[in-house]
Design a protein around this ligand. Structure first.
Ligand SMILES: Cc1cc2nc3c(=O)[nH]c(=O)nc-3n(C[C@H](O)[C@H](O)[C@H](O)COP(=O)(O)OP(=O)(O)OC[C@H]3O[C@@H](n4cnc5c(N)ncnc54)[C@H](O)[C@@H]3O)c2cc1C
Length: 370
């Protein structure tokens, strides 16, 4: 079987690697560089906390645990970091919410720890200023972060070593999957294959519209400030009440504003720089000296948010040869979802537990223009 995948972010790369394990021939199209889309502009936290449905929580936890197996298989253990996350609520209301969520996760088998602010400073993160906190800090030891771009590189190298996988530097510009074979017109010729996978992040949605499927997805932009190497040490992913921070290699610190993101246009460079100043201001409150280390990069990424906040994976309605995989939290979910999706695409689909994530829950036919 021959499959064309559009998009070499974390989602497409994971599907490609797992398809190669099924003996499927893969052409992976990428018009930037692998990991050059949202997967290279993300906070990339391996994150289980704060998700409402129990089955979605289980999927995230299984994916984070499977990541260790996958990383060992593809020689990428050095890019997976699981020192744990630290979270706190500054107000009593925030703390009550955090505490009840922690209890729920503990009840479902996720170990969590409670530390006083003094303990955190003495034993975990001496550089943090937690003097304003009256409540405990929650540590989730199984969470952490992924160095996504090099991990994607390793996935692709392993995919090529396992099977017949070609990464092609080309843009998909038109699709036709009305016949038995799928045709993808690209900037370097037309590719025929048995099946197509749309893993082009937000761009997958415009491609679907061209072939008659409209989806109510929202684009939520986010700005990440990455500092130059700094002498201020940070070891964990930190979710303060208003922002988040984490180490990003060689003393760099990556930071963004709190999780209340919303739909909107991609910020201009000057808007992104303004947001980076706000990140510096808030970051300096928790990590004194943060602002003094200059920004090395300010990255803008687009979150793909479905109305129910869950992933979309599966065959497009009325198509048995075109599969879509577009979701937020891809860093956390793509390791396991890549394996489960590849099984379906390769034709070995039994008992996947993916029924809640099908595209037909949102698909609306695009009326044809006479
Ligand atoms: C600010 C921010 C913070 C985030 N934080 C987290 C987090 O803490 N934890 C977490 O798990 N997730 C997080 N996410 C979400 C996560 O980063 C994404 O879900 C994930 O990166 C999506 O991967 P993808 O492969 O679907 O998309 P992408 O990485 O965007 O990959 C799609 C690829 O398709 C290519 N492409 C597009 N169109 C075409 C075409 N026509 N032809 C060929 N190639 C094409 C693009 O160049 C791109 O490389 C965050 C996202 C943002 C923006």
């Amino acid at each position: 079987m021959r499959v064309t995948i559009i998009g070499a972010g974390i989602v497409g790369a994971s599907i490609a690697y797992h398809l190669a394990q099924h003996g499927v021939s893969v052409v992976l199209l990428e018009n930037d560089r692998p990991g050059g889309g949202t997967s290279g502009a993300t906070f990339a936290c391996l994150n289980i906390f704060g998700h409402r449905s129990d089955s979605f929580f289980d999927l995230r936890l299984r994916s984070i645990r499977y990541l260790d197996t996958l990383a060992a298989e593809i020689d990428a253990v050095e890019f997976v970091h699981k020192p744990g996350t630290l979270r706190w609520g500054e107000s009593d209301g925030d703390w009550t919410r955090l505490h009840s969520e922690t209890k729920r996760l503990e009840d479902r088998g996720l170990p969590c720890e409670y530390h006083s602010a003094a303990q955190v400073r003495a034993e975990l993160e001496p550089a943090l200023d937690l003097s304003r906190l009256d409540n405990d800090v929650i540590r989730v030891p199984e969470e952490g972060w992924l160095d996504a771009p090099p991990f994607i590189g390793k996935l692709l190298a392993a995919a090529r070593a396992v099977g017949d996988v070609e990464t092609r530097d080309a843009k998909a510009i038109d699709l036709d999957f009305s016949g038995p074979a799928v045709k993808v017109v690209t900037t370097s010729g037309t590719i025929d294959s048995d099946r197509l996978v749309l893993a082009a992040g937000i761009d997958s949605i415009a491609m679907c519209e061209r072939v008659g499927h409209a989806f109510p997805i929202e684009r939520h932009p986010g700005v990440m400030r990455v500092s130059a190497p700094s002498a201020t040490p940070l070891h964990h992913v930190v979710y303060a009440s208003d922002m988040h921070l984490r180490p990003d290699g060689a003393g760099r610190i990556m930071a963004g504003l709190g999780d209340a993101h919303r739909a909107g246009p991609t910020p201009t460079q000057s808007q992104a720089s303004q947001e980076a100043l706000r990140i510096e201001e808030l970051g300096d409150r928790w990590l004194p000296g943060f602002r003094a280390t200059p920004a090395e990069a300010i990255r803008v990424g687009i979150r793909t948010i479905w109305p129910d906040d869950l992933p979309v994976v599966g065959w497009l309605p009325n198509a048995s040869n075109a599969y879509i995989a577009v979701y937020h939290s891809g860093i956390t979910l793509a390791p396991l979802l890549g394996q489960l999706c590849a099984r379906e695409i390769a034709g070995d689909a039994a008992g996947q537990g993916l029924d809640s994530y099908r595209p037909d829950r949102f698909d609306q036919d695009v009326p044809s223009v006479a």
